[in-house]
Write a protein that binds this ligand. Sequence first.
Ligand code: TNX
Length: 541
Amino acid sequence: IFLGALGLLFATFAQAQAPKTTANYRVVPLPQEISNTSAGAFALNAQTRIAYPKGNAALQKDAELLAQYLFEATKVRPTLTTNAQGRNLIVLSATLKNNNKEAYRLDVSKDRISINGASAAGTFYGIQTLRKAIPQTGAQKLFFPSVTINDQPRFGYRGAMLDVARHFFSFEEVKTFIDILALHNINRFHWHLTDDQGWRIEIKKYPRLTEVSSMRPETMVGHDASKFDGKPHGGFYTQEQARAIVKYAADRHIMVVPEIDMPGHMVAALAAYPELGCTGGPYKVRTTWGVAEDVLCAGNERTLKFAKDVLSEVMNIFPSEYLYIGGDECPKSSWEKCSRCQALIKEKGLATDEKHTAEERLQSYFMSDIANFITAHGRKVGGWDEILEGGIAPNATVLSWRGMEGGIEAARLGHDAIMCPVSHLYLDYYQTADRESEPTAFNGFIPIERTYDFNPVSPKLTANEAKHIIGVQANVWTEYMKTFKQVEYMTLPRLAAASEVQWTMPEKKNFDDFANRMPQLLNVYNLNKYNYGRHLFNVNI
Ligand code: TNX
């Protein structure tokens, strides 16, 4: 009787303890379907093994990452095996039948956890869900209650952009950014590599781009364009480093899409090669923010050659399906005054028409030439929504940033579009209305609720047009982010809200429910020592 009572006491004790170490699958972004199958739980311990199919390099990489994630969260590091027989196993496979290649099914039972993706990418998202389900605990043993999860993303393009031109972030910091994207099931890293204030990628044919354009003498302080910090600022990535970033991202099922922004936002390059501008310079790497009047000279043959040479090397480094060529914020005043530009306008018959000025048509001529060059190399082009002005290259994808209208127009014209409007997805904007208590940010105010409630598919679109809205992207412009810690602070947790827009079906979304699920994701942020806007969820850590 005594032993029985002790046993009962023990069982009660164990049960009372269980919730603390029990996984919670209601993660961010919320999976589409979670159902509890049977009772019982899988217990993670030092004998747990992760099995992947022999010879499958992608699933082996997934297995290695899973082992690392589990170790980080629990201090238990499972061993890897190619033998999927037996118990106490986490079995990875990629044989799920689903047209959505990023779909996965996660089954947890007492004896094993199985994660089956429609591809290794799907399996990877199952791994992310499992990882995010782990509560923060010091216990050696972790309990994963039985469950079946069927999940797949709403959008195929789930992006985030990082501007490394306004402030340079190191090779290691870029990898951390990619880790953050992976945690949020994001699969595209838009790398904004060049701008007026800095050129960040090595181009062998034009060494002055890194010798001169990658360094600016000083930086504007706060919003005051008359004050400077007096400190040189710069840096760049070698081609070898950029290739290593591509590999690091690919291992996490993320495609790196590089952007070379043209014909505007090119002052840093002009500082090194002044013959590419309309006036011949001299130019200086820009030290203030905002839109510059000096741009690439569209009337100069050497400019097109320069752009194509640069893009050839870029295509060589980045295997991405897309290449982004910018197209945003290109003032036309220097082309208006430039005799070569005016001569080209005449020669090509680009006179002002009822819709566009001659200079807008000149930009379109320039961008189409570049787009054709890229398409001839078997790649696709993308650009900011200004590429719609004056006619757009036939299969160009539009990044709709000034609002939804660019994306809507693109979709109506049969072009793919990615929604990243400044109103909802600019993570350089203030996070709270109380600016005084926040570090200087770009402008405006984008509360996390607004990002969360963003509806990327306008009801103005027909079902067929809506198919062209291929995804959603959050943009991190870094004029006011001097350190990577600040990038983290502005990005998190708003990226979590963006990730639910990208992944979860709209009918499953609810801000209060999201807010309730957030503390569990914040655990992962804490574990990785990410800096984030704690006040947004009243967390005092
Ligand atoms: C507009 S979005 C820009 C960037 C700035 C950003 C600041 C876009 C295509 N151009 O050059 O950094 O606003 O929010």
